[in-house]
Structure formats: C-alpha cells, structure tokens
Design a protein around this ligand. Structure first.
Ligand SMILES: [Zn+2]
Length: 383
C-alpha cells in the first residue's frame, strides 16, 4: 500500500526506530509564525504530526514574502496564522491546525498542556522567557531558535534535565530595566532622548507613562494599535518609536531554513526518543561552522533550580517591600516584580516586611509579566 511517510519510516539509528504512529499522535505548539515558524511548521506538517497549534499576532507584510514561504502576495494584510493554516492544510490534509491570532500570554493554559512540545520562533527575549516559564512549570520540552543574518542558534530545553532559558540568559539582556513604581515620567523622557524620535514631546511621554509604558522596554514590545490609541500618538509616530527602539534585525531565508531545519529535527528527535546531540547549536553561515554546547543545568537557577539558593531569598529584616522588589529585580533580572504574601497583594512598597508579620521560613510569591505563574520564594530574614 502506498504510504505518504514510507521513506522516513525506514530511519532506524542507534537502536531507535522511527515511530510514525507516535508522531501522528503528537501535538506541537509553535509560538511565532515568522521566518523560522513558517519553516518549522511546514516541516512538522509534512512529516505528519497529529496537530499544530500556531500562535502569532501579526499580519502578513510585503517584506515577509522574501523568506516566509507560507505566505503569498494575496495574503498581505491577513493574519499570518490564517494564511499559514490554509497552506499547511494544503501541504498535508491529514494534520490538524489550530490557530491563534493572539499574543502567547493570551493563550489558555490548556492549550500549552495539550501540546507535547513547544517550538519558539519569537523575536524577543521576553516572549522566550515567558514560554520557558510555562515549559518548566508544565515540564514540556521546548526548542527555541533565533537568527541574525548569517548566524543562528537552536536551544533544546528539557526542563529539569538540560539548562532552561533562565540558567544562561543572554548576557546583553541581563541589564535590568527597573520599572518599579518610583520611576517618574522624567526617567522615561531621559531614556528616550537618546533615540531622537521626532515628534515625541514631553507631553506625549507623560501620557505614555500614565498608560503604563514606564520604560523603553515597555515601549519596545508595545503593540502598534495600543500605541496609536494614546492621545497625540499618530500611526507614523508609533511606527517611528518602534523603528528606533526595536529596529528590525537582518534576516535571510537560507539561514532561517537551516536553523528551522535543526529546530524541527530536534523537536522530532525529542518526540521520538532519538539520541540528542546538544542542548545548544550555534551556526555561523560565513565559516559554515556549526558548534555544539552541552552545559550543565544550574542547580541555583531561580526558575528550574531545586537547591536552597534557587528557592530562598535572604533579606534584611528591616527591609521594606520596595527594597525586596529591587533585590528581586536585580537578582533575577525581572523588571516588574509584584509581591504577594498571605492575603496581601500587592504589598505596599513603603511597608516593612516586619509590619505585615512576615517571618523567616514563610513563602512570598513573585508575580511578573515575564513568567506565566508566580514564583514562590522562601524568606530568610537576616538580623
Ligand atoms: Zn534554569
């Protein structure tokens, strides 16, 4: 009998045989259907997974068509996920595609639970961090990828086995933007001055600040339609803000195809139990080199670590809640921590921990937009 998957079923290596039935019962969640997401979704669809859950809140633009092969000229202006779904179903009508024209944080947790693996093709640190936090809490494998011109990387995160995203965050991102309440509109104004954005007046900056855009980072990932709803912010000004603060990175189809090829192959290997090569691959398209890293998971990682160091926070017993927030912001590179303790949430910043009766050995909970579920920390009050 003719079989669509005949050739891949012949794969048998190091004692592991290809298990198409297993693949046909597997669901992958793909966050971001851009250049990498298109390629990886196409690969997984053709190889015959049961279902793809695709998430992207963007529409197709002309400049996507040079490298995002699930989209064609007539798709310009339509949600990427709609065009992707149609083309994926044409490529392999036997799979299921479920699409979300949404940000990843608006996806119901059941959908993450339903997936056997996550693939991220996001273009920002915050999104990856958020997805990583879900992967760790649900113990789902997570294959992350990114490119920059001729360069790219893939990370295979098996929670509690390989390092998670927080074990080794990108160095340039370790700078903390502290968006704690004490910030003033003038702090934002000073930060934005260096970008020299024409038409961005102090009055508009004040308005942005009052709407919760307190740091350049808040603006970096703001949605265009949210920015243009602010009085004084025209569409052209909003675009200028985004172009200056979050400039587009160079991207080429060929590098994306290589990196997405590795990403989707690693995903298949995890699903089918093939031996894995590394937890991180780095590709250099100029030298043609591919190198591998196999770093140890960090026991003191604040997200996936299990040691005391990861679960405990040492605080001066006279500390205020603001002191604690600043400490957490710096230690974990979380710009926006809120603290919950027993029935108190949010804890007022002027309060001292003593004032609410907090004692050593008790738990506090850190809430942040960077993580999907609150992080529990055991208080250790230092005399
Ligand atoms: Zn970790």
């Amino acid at each position: 009998m003719e079989d669509r998957y005949h050739r891949q079923k012949l794969v048998n290596i190091m004692g592991v045989a290809w298990n198409q039935d297993k693949l046909m019962n597997s669901t992958a969640l793909i966050a971001g259907v851009g250049a990498l997401g298109c390629e990886s979704a196409k690969n997984l669809a053709l190889m015959g997974l049961k279902k793809l859950i695709i998430i992207d809140n963007d529409v197709v633009e002309l400049s996507n068509l040079s490298r995002q092969m699930l989209f064609h000229d007539q798709d310009i202006g339509s949600p990427k996920v709609a065009a992707a779904e149609r083309n994926l179903m044409e490529m392999n009508p036997s799979i299921e595609v479920e699409k979300y024209y949404e940000s990843i944080e608006n996806i119901p947790m059941e959908k993450y639970q339903e997936a056997d693996i996550f693939l991220s093709s996001l273009d920002n640190f915050e999104g990856r961090r958020y997805l990583n936090s879900i992967a760790v809490s649900l113990k789902k494998p997570f294959v992350d990828a990114g490119t920059h011109g001729f360069f790219g990387h893939v990370r295979v995160i098996i929670p509690h086995e390989t390092p998670c995203y927080e074990c080794y965050p990108p160095k340039e991102k370790q700078r903390v933007w502290c968006s704690l309440r004490r910030r003033k509109p003038s702090d934002l104004l000073n930060e934005l001055k260096e970008y020299r954005i024409k038409g961005l007046t102090p009055k508009i900056v004040e308005e942005l600040f009052s709407r919760g855009y307190k740091t350049e980072l808040d603006l970096k990932y703001a949605k265009l339609k949210d920015l243009t709803s602010i009085p004084g912010v025209s569409e052209s000004l909003a675009k200028k803000i985004q172009e200056k603060i979050a400039p587009k990175l160079p991207a080429i189809l060929t590098t994306n195809a290589i990196i997405a090829g590795i990403q989707s192959q690693e995903a298949i290997k995890v699903l089918l139990g093939f031996p894995r090569t590394a937890e991180m691959f780095r590709y250099n398209g100029i030298t043609g080199g591919l190198d591998y890293l196999n770093r140890e998971r960090r026991a003191d990682c604040w997200l996936c670590g299990v040691g005391e160091e990861a679960q405990q926070i040492n605080v001066d017993s006279n500390a205020t809640v603001l002191d604690l927030k600043v400490q957490i912001a710096q230690k974990y590179a979380i710009p926006d921590p809120e603290i919950a303790y027993k029935e108190y949430f949010p804890l007022g910043e002027e309060l001292r921990l003593q004032d609410v009766g907090a004692k050593s050995g008790e738990n506090i909970f850190v809430i942040s937009k960077q993580i999907a579920t609150p992080k529990t920390l055991k208080l250790n009050l230092l005399k």
